[in-house]
Design a protein around this ligand. Structure first.
Ligand SMILES: [Zn+2]
Ligand SMILES: [Zn+2]
Length: 496
């Protein structure tokens, strides 16, 4: 796409005529004043409100978009801008040169620089405008009573729930630090209800598609008369303007100053923690005056420090609904277990641990740091029970195996960190083989330990870290769990 400045307005230029420019070359982009008598297209309004989309995302003729811009209803921003001579991607915030490529661009008839980082959301190049909405926000009339959920909250949940409501209504930032299995979703309901009643537009965002898929039916059940958009790669709800959105953090790249409150679930989870563009997306998707509620069971070291030094507002839910303490990991030295595996053997204490579970019919998850090591262990373990399975991220049968574990068809499931979060089996013990491996950072170990003892009927479970040398991460993970238990007792949230 090329543009031309005519009488202080931007003109979309379909042909590569002389005097037309790529949008990145323009020094300023004028914004025509809003013409209140203009008959705007309300479907386009729904498409664009709170968004930053590419022309490709908009099934409208260029003339119509031009007319809306001319009358002040559409904003146009550069997709790629420059800081001095260095390009940066306005959508995902990437600045490092390694993320930019060049290609002969058919849209502007020139060589164009584009951003590789956010390519999966449609290509952004020097000639790509980001289109937004500047007109009135679509009307959303909500029923007088929006929430159907009638469950009760534990004391710990109640306190956190009040904080969430407060944060949403007063545009605050707040961290809810809730132990694994504390029931954090219910903690959001009152805040969502209050936010919707105050006519706020809300978003629950999470790094993982699995979580979006799990949360959507729960939120739809809790708010049956509210339209909810569920956004992940390939979902259908992309163009709805709704009061409540549930989205992967990737999808936030399409939003711009859209939400009065974003609830960011599992802030510590991959890929959010390592991908700055997702953090950029979350910031861009908020309105300048808005609330941000972070949810996590395992804040990183920096955040923990900020909490304890008073720099970050937070509330903990240190105990589970069933009022029993979190299982505290036991450490067991198991020697050079990799060497043993190469000899087709398990360290004796690991063998004993697993045999005991199989004999007692107690299901267990055994975590491995890497796939090849796990695959070495599988045939050895199958000598003990032929129906033991192993699962990892790329395993096409991943879902089926998890289901089999749930229906108790398999006694033991070997896994990589893929099952460290998000899965609940009612009555299991948990072991980590090689907990000294770098992949087992503090948060991973806390999450893994958090798989045990989750149900009311089986609130206890054994968690054992088999190691070849204790690590700082192991000690910190255990310390975090012990501290939470202690706080739970102190606040009267755990029965002793
Ligand atoms: Zn980008
Ligand atoms: Zn181009």
């Amino acid at each position: 796409m090329r543009f031309r400045l005519v009488n202080g307005r931007l003109m979309f230029e379909k042909n590569f005529l002389e005097g037309s420019q790529k949008i990145s070359q323009l020094t300023e982009i004028p914004q025509p004043p809003l013409n209140p008598s203009f008959q705007f297209n309300s479907e386009l309004q729904h498409y664009l409100s709170g968004k930053q989309l590419l022309l490709d995302d908009l099934p409208y003729l260029l003339d119509e978009i031009q007319a809306h811009y001319d009358n002040g209803f559409i904003t146009i921003r550069k997709g790629i801008d420059y800081e001095g001579k260095k390009p940066f991607c306005v959508r995902c915030g990437k600045k490092d040169l390694q993320w930019f490529g060049t290609y002969p661009c058919a849209r502007c008839g020139d060589t164009c620089i584009y951003c590789r980082k956010c390519l999966m959301m449609g290509r952004i190049s020097e000639c790509t405008p980001l289109i937004g909405w500047n007109g009135p926000v679509p009307d959303t009339t909500l029923p007088p009573k929006v929430m159907a959920w009638q469950g009760t909250l534990s004391e710990g949940q109640k306190e956190a729930s009040d904080r969430v409501s407060y944060a949403i209504l007063h545009n605050k930032e707040w961290l809810i630090w809730a132990v694994c299995g504390a029931g954090k979703t219910e903690v959001l309901f009152a805040g969502i209800e209050a936010g919707l009643a105050a006519n706020k537009r809300l978003c629950i965002a999470t790094p993982r598609t699995d979580v979006v898929l799990e949360l959507t039916p729960r939120l739809k059940a809790a708010f049956p008369d509210i339209e909810i958009a569920s956004l992940y790669g390939g979902s259908e709800d992309r163009h709805k303007f709704v009061p409540l959105t549930i989205a992967t953090t990737h999808q936030l790249l399409r939003f711009y100053r859209a939400f009065d409150a974003i609830i960011l679930d599992e802030v510590d989870a991959f890929p959010y923690t390592v991908d700055e563009s997702l953090q950029h997306a979350a910031i861009q998707a908020r309105k300048p005056e808005s609330a941000m509620v972070y949810l996590t069971a395992t804040p990183n070291a920096k955040w923990q420090k900020e909490c304890f030094s008073g720099k970050r507002a937070f509330t903990t839910i240190p105990a589970r609904f069933h009022r029993r303490p979190l299982p505290v990991p036991e450490f067991e030295w198991c020697g050079n277990w990799q060497k043993q595996l190469q000899k087709n053997k398990l360290p004796p204490n690991v063998h004993k641990w697993i045999k005991k579970r199989l004999d007692n019919g107690k299901q267990a998850l055994v975590f491995f740091p890497h796939i090849p090591l796990m695959e070495n262990a599988l045939p050895i373990l199958r000598q003990l029970a032929p129906n033991i399975e192993a699962v990892h991220a790329e395993d096409p049968e991943r879902k089926a195996k998890v289901q089999k574990m749930r229906s108790k068809e398999i006694p033991l499931l070997l896994t990589t960190t893929i099952l460290e979060r998000g899965v609940t089996f009612p009555n299991i013990d948990v072991a980590v083989l090689g907990s000294e491996d770098d992949i087992f950072i503090e948060s991973a170990l806390v999450q893994i330990a958090g798989r045990a003892g989750r149900s009311k009927d089986h609130p206890d479970g054994v968690v054992t870290f088999f190691h070849y040398g204790k690590t700082e991460a192991m000690l910190k993970a255990r310390r975090q769990i012990v501290l939470m238990n202690r706080e739970g007792v102190k606040r009267g949230l755990i029965d002793v």
